[in-house]
Design a protein around this ligand. Structure first.
Ligand code: KG4
Ligand code: ZN
Length: 347
């Protein structure tokens, strides 16, 4: 059943995503309720508030997705849900609702890892049903997953076969954007705010790049401290803080670190293509710098549209499409696992 229709639910953090995806590729519906405005008031996510909002939006989200695709329950082949990693309260809302839907509508249940979802966003298309599907990404596929919680370089050797090449040893890239955004006095979330401030600005300084033992590891906490010191220096001198210039210098340093390691891995592992995923993959500078450096060496960069980089239900439907084909099914004992790891196949 290559064209199985899957209702996919994503509630791992502060976005309520519900999508219907056909064959793991075609997005028939994609609904998102975002809590950004709410968390902007507190400058970050309060887990209990996030979970309560998930509870509030999940049922309207499902109804809206069914309406958008103009489908009934009989038209669906499975229900998929993110069961980790993420915030436990938020995850529990999606997992509980998905289990209830699977049981009451007699549909198979599929548990999806959130990181795998970010990777599978590269399989999605919103082409209309009468247009042929574009080619699938080929393997080995090097994936840079950069989000608020994760920064990982993953070599995907086939569907479901992952090798973790490296990851951050401290803060995730998105976390660094959010923390630096806050210390520059920019609104939450820091990622898009820093990108907007940096656009067109000349970097106010050159921040040092981290040196690490692991060839494909990352570190961003030193950079955050460097920005903090720089800001403190301006304050002590009573000088105005060049927010745009510091945002540009910070963004340049993060993008350079991510691009340098990703290009090195693409060369070392002779990959078929490189794919981006996760909220930070929405960053235009990262897309451009990494894309250009890879192109110069003859590598192709796949980048999902920005709306499929940040958390959403469609990416979960894409990952579930592959799992559905292999016959993977969860039972009603499926648990929310806050620190769920991908089933790494380390050689
Ligand atoms: O994948 P995601 O939506 O949620 C997690 O799984 O964490 O990623 C959210 C992160 C936040 O840290 C946010 O600041 C960052 O992605 N982000 C960006 C951009 N848009 C979102 N970072 C840099 N540039 C952007 N344009
Ligand atoms: Zn995410």
């Amino acid at each position: 059943m290559a064209s199985a229709r899957i209702l996919a639910i994503e509630t791992s953090c502060d976005e309520t995503g519900v999508a219907i995806v056909e064959g793991g590729r075609r997005v028939l519906a994609n609904q998102l309720a975002t809590q950004i405005a709410l968390h902007a008031a507190t400058g970050g996510i309060v887990p209990e508030v996030a979970a309560r909002e998930q509870l509030r939006w999940i049922v309207p989200g499902i109804q809206a997705a069914m309406g958008e695709a103009a489908l009934g329950w009989d038209d669906l082949d499975a229900v998929a849900v993110t069961h980790g990693p993420g915030l436990v309260g938020s995850l529990l809302v999606g997992v509980s609702v998905a289990k209830a839907l699977a049981a009451t509508h007699d549909l198979p249940l599929i548990g999806v890892n959130h990181i795998e979802g970010h990777i599978y966003a590269n399989w999605l298309t919103d082409l209309p049903a009468d247009e042929p599907l574009p080619a699938e990404p080929s393997f080995p596929l090097l994936c840079l997953v950069v989000s608020g919680g994760h920064t990982q370089l993953v070599l995907m050797e086939d569907h479901g076969r992952y090798r973790l090449l490296g990851q951050t040893v401290d803060d995730a890239a998105g976390e660094a954007f959010d923390k630096v955004g806050r210390l520059l006095g920019l609104p939450y979330p820091g990622g898009p705010a820093i990108a907007a401030a940096a656009a067109g600005a000349h970097p106010a300084t050159r921040f040092p790049r981290a040196r690490l033992a692991g060839a494909y590891d990352f570190s961003f906490s030193g950079l955050k401290t460097a920005v903090l010191r720089e800001v403190a220096g301006y304050r002590e001198r009573g000088d105005p803080i060049p927010v745009d210039g510091l945002a540009a210098a910070f963004e340049e340093a993060v993008v350079d670190a991510l691009a340098t390691k990703t290009v090195a891995a693409a060369e070392a592992f002779d990959v078929a293509a490189v794919a981006l995923g996760g909220g930070v993959a929405a960053n235009d500078s990262l897309r451009a710098v990494l894309g250009n450096r890879l192109a110069a060496l003859g590598h192709r960069l796949l980048v999902p549209p920005a709306a499929w980089c940040t958390d959403n239900g469609a990416m979960i439907g894409a990952a579930a499409g592959y799992r559905f084909r292999t016959g993977a099914r969860a039972d009603l004992g499926l648990e929310a696992i806050p620190n769920l790891a991908l089933d790494w196949q380390v050689e």
